[in-house]
Write a protein that binds this ligand. Structure first.
Ligand code: ADP
Ligand code: ASP
Ligand code: MG
Length: 419
């Protein structure tokens, strides 16, 4: 008997029939003697619907009020799932985040979990009940409801698993694991039986939305055994088979990994590029440009400064598209005249494509294969950034899918890796 956390995403909770299937699956684990905690998301499309409603009233709603609205989808889910379990004779109880409580900071719409009280949950588990806790939401120190950012139910589940020292956190979703790239873009993508925590962290941060990045951070920090698997299999399949399916996130030293150099390709269209032209090339200039941007609480991702010609240069960086207009305004208002730069030029039509793999540490030639592949497709690289286990490039967004497919093939990710 073990304490197990299940997380079900929006598609998995998408209809009354699917919720009944989730109940059957949870009942199977409960009947096998496990203590079960379940963290569901809102039904698919619901959070989008709620946010759209709010924006019909106000283009930029107050973040506290937006969280009040956006968090309600999960409350519906926990109640319905609890009913579905009770209806088949499994005792269950549902909780909103504030009832547990799941305590967060007060950064509305992107709050971070600070602590989770386990007393109430443990008492229910001891009494044999399945405990169902809302994903995505928490409560700040003033009692305000907060949400954890889009895709945040993954983080709720892993954080609950960490707080309860669960034996495993199973993330049930609409794919049967983590793939070499998004199978919606590349049908030849392969499921990885295992992926290291470090690789998953890079893939999530670079745009693989199968897991929210913060959930991977929690899994790493608290060493939560986390598995991504399908909720679309028949709920009554053999439990032992189900428990070994999907993709296990491992800690590199624990496991004999597949020996692929590259594990996956991630991509996103969430960023925009800003260029400050004709910047005088002198000490302190990067700070003078990026200091005010940081003060405005805008995160900067990739940065590039060209070699100077005649003492002047262009300086480019990327920010999240949501903060693009704000960043341009900061530069126009405070930076442009102070450093006597030329123009502030924005380009939101970019995409970032990254190859990720711990095998890169011991292999040379990864960057050249990546650049050759893109050049053969006639795709211009605008920016490059590297770390020990990833290479990212910024390209024009219309080439994103082409680039991902070409790289997937060039790195032979459609072929089974040598053991
Ligand atoms: P959920 O609602 O269950 O949280 P998400 O839509 O958030 O599901 O995440 C699952 C989706 O992530 C998949 O349907 C798939 O299109 C996408 N995805 C992106 N990258 C990957 C990847 N490398 N492996 C698997 N799925 C991926
Ligand atoms: N319902 C939330 C969202 O759509 C959280 C989640 O699905 O993980 O972002
Ligand atoms: Mg998700």
């Amino acid at each position: 008997m073990a304490l197990i956390v299940h997380k079900y995403g929006g598609t998995s909770m998408g209809s009354v029939e699917r919720i009944k299937n989730v109940a059957q699956r949870v009942a199977k684990w409960h009947a096998a003697g496990h203590q079960m905690v379940v963290v569901p998301s809102a039904m698919s499309g619901e959070t989008n619907r709620l946010i759209a409603l709010a924006k019909e009233i106000q283009a930029q709603p107050d973040p506290r009020e937006l969280d009040m609205v956006a968090s309600t989808g999960e409350q519906v889910s926990v109640g319905l799932l609890s009913m579905a379990l009770n209806a088949i004779g499994v005792p269950a109880v549902s909780y909103a985040g504030w009832q547990v409580p799941v305590r967060t900071d007060d950064a509305f719409t992107k709050a971070r979990i600070e602590s989770i009280d386990d007393a109430r949950v443990r008492a229910d588990l001891a009494a044999g009940r399945v405990v169902i806790i809302t994903g995505f939401q928490g409560v700040d120190s003033n009692g305000n409801i907060t949400t954890l950012g889009r895709g945040g139910s993954d983080t709720s589940a892993v954080a609950v698993a960490a707080a309860l020292q669960a034996a495993e956190c199973l993330i049930y979703t609409d794919v049967d694991g983590v793939y070499t790239t998004d199978p919606r873009i590349v049908p030849e993508a392969r499921r990885l039986a295992r992926v290291t925590f470090e690789e998953m962290l890079e893939m999530a941060s670079l745009g693989s939305k199968v897991l929210q990045i913060r959930s991977v951070e929690f899994a790493g920090k608290y060493r939560v055994k986390t598995r991504v698997l399908s909720s679309l299999t028949p709920p009554d399949i053999d439990l032992a088979t189900e428990a070994e399916s999907g993709t296990l996130i491992t800690f590199e030293e624990d496991e004999q990994m597949e020996k692929a150099v590259i594990s996956g390709i991630a991509f996103n269209r969430d960023e925009a590029k800003i260029t400050v032209t004709n910047v005088p090339d002198r000490p302190g200039i990067a700070y003078q440009i990026l200091g005010p941007v940081a003060e405005a609480n805008i995160d900067v991702d990739m940065i590039i400064q060209n070699a100077s010609v005649g003492g002047n240069t262009d300086f480019s960086f990327t920010v999240h598209r949501n903060e693009y207009q704000k960043a341009i305004a900061v530069l126009n208002d405070t930076v442009k005249s102070r450093i006597q730069a030329g123009d502030i030029v924005g380009d939101p039509k970019i995409a970032k494509v990254s190859v990720v793999g711990i095998g890169m540490r011991s292999h040379v030639g990864i960057a050249s294969l990546m650049f050759r592949t893109l050049s053969q497709e006639g795709i211009n690289i605008q920016m490059i950034s590297t770390s020990e286990i990833k290479i990212s490039v910024v390209i024009e967004d219309k080439y994103m899918e082409l680039a991902v497919r070409a790289l997937h093939k060039a790195f032979e990710l459609d072929q089974p890796a040598a053991a």
